[in-house]
Design a protein around this ligand. Structure first.
Ligand SMILES: Cc1cc2nc3c(=O)[nH]c(=O)nc-3n(C[C@H](O)[C@H](O)[C@H](O)COP(=O)(O)O)c2cc1C
Ligand code: SF4
Ligand code: SF4
Length: 265
């Protein structure tokens, strides 16, 4: 994204000099003039977070791009949505379209990101045959793990299931969405997990189901050739992945969960 501070416009005719933009800027790029009017000092410190224009109550501070009105879901509706989220492992026999994948990924652009850098990119495998080919290639690599390797026990266990037709890796999902980042990005993993969580939580609202692909990540860490099979671009590393598809069943009840323990200090 271009540096937002460079394109901020202020309509001093309607600015009330309330100072909200000055206080909201995390990097103190906006200061007050002698008459209390806000002045933007563009520079590399602007992280393009948009808080200044987003907080302005009078609409005096704007950018050329169109912005959307902010708003939150009702607490009861959102809490039920969050409690209803489930890991999906049973799918309809239908591929996930490019448009569905894009809709899921589009929402992740609004996830928090350290210094608003947004280092997360996506690798999408939405051809069911390619997911199956990945599972088959994984099985062959697992078969080659020698008995004296520390991975042998896990490999043998996974292989037994795969050979018996139990796709423990991808759960027969028709699609795999992988968050990738340049390994030099300090917050690549954290930002990826947050972005994947946004996608995970949003998925049911667009008719998709997801499941965190922990076994896929274990194998990607052990067998580098698998990254090539998935098409992870040069210079990027898979951070974590979601299985995705259209759920075969709807969960009608919310299973109980314990309240997390809190250490009040
Ligand atoms: C891993 C992580 C670390 C962050 N650390 C800080 C921080 O130390 N101080 C801070 O003011 N904001 C921090 N943020 C907030 C980001 O700066 C913020 O998400 C980003 O500017 C985008 O703004 P938004 O969250 O309002 O969309 C952090 C965000 C993430 C995801
Ligand atoms: S976009 Fe963010 S960092 Fe840049 S001037 Fe506005 S509030 Fe400050
Ligand atoms: S938030 Fe808007 S109204 Fe308030 S000082 Fe900044 S530009 Fe003016």
């Amino acid at each position: 994204m271009t540096n937002l501070a460079e394109s901020i416009q202020i309509n001093y005719g309607i600015c009330t000099t309330c100072g909200a933009c000055v206080k909201a800027c995390p990097n103190n790029i906006i200061q007050r003039d002698d008459d209390a009017s806000p002045i933007v000092h563009p520079g590399p410190e602007c992280i393009s977070c948009g808080h200044c224009i987003a907080i302005c109550p009078s609409g005096a501070m704007t950018i050329p791009q169109e912005t959307e009105k902010a708003g939150f879901a009702d607490a009861a509706i959102l809490a039920r949505h969050l409690r209803s989220r489930r890991s999906i492992r049973l799918w309809k026999d239908s591929p996930v379209t490019k448009e569905e994948c894009e809709e899921l990924i589009r929402i992740t652009a609004h996830a928090p990101s350290g210094c608003n850098i947004h280092p997360v990119k996506w690798v999408v495998v939405n051809e069911p045959a390619k997911v199956k080919a990945f599972v088959a290639a994984s099985a062959e690599l697992l078969r080659q793990v020698p008995k004296d390797n520390r991975m042998y026990g896990l490999a043998a266990g996974m292989l037994r299931k795969l050979d018996a037709g139990n796709d423990i890796l991808c759960r027969n999902a028709p699609a795999l969405l992988i968050a990738v980042a340049n390994p030099k990005e300090d917050l690549g993993l954290v930002d990826s997990i947050i972005s994947l969580t946004y996608a995970d939580v949003y998925a049911p609202s667009i008719g998709l189901g997801t499941c965190w692909a922990g076994f896929v990540m274990i194998l990607l860490g052990v067998f580098p050739p698998l990254e090539k099979i998935l098409g992870i671009p040069e210079g990027y590393k898979a951070q974590f992945a979601l299985l995705a598809g259209h759920p075969q069943y709807a969960f009608t009840q919310i299973p109980p969960r314990d309240m997390p323990e809190i250490f009040w200090t």
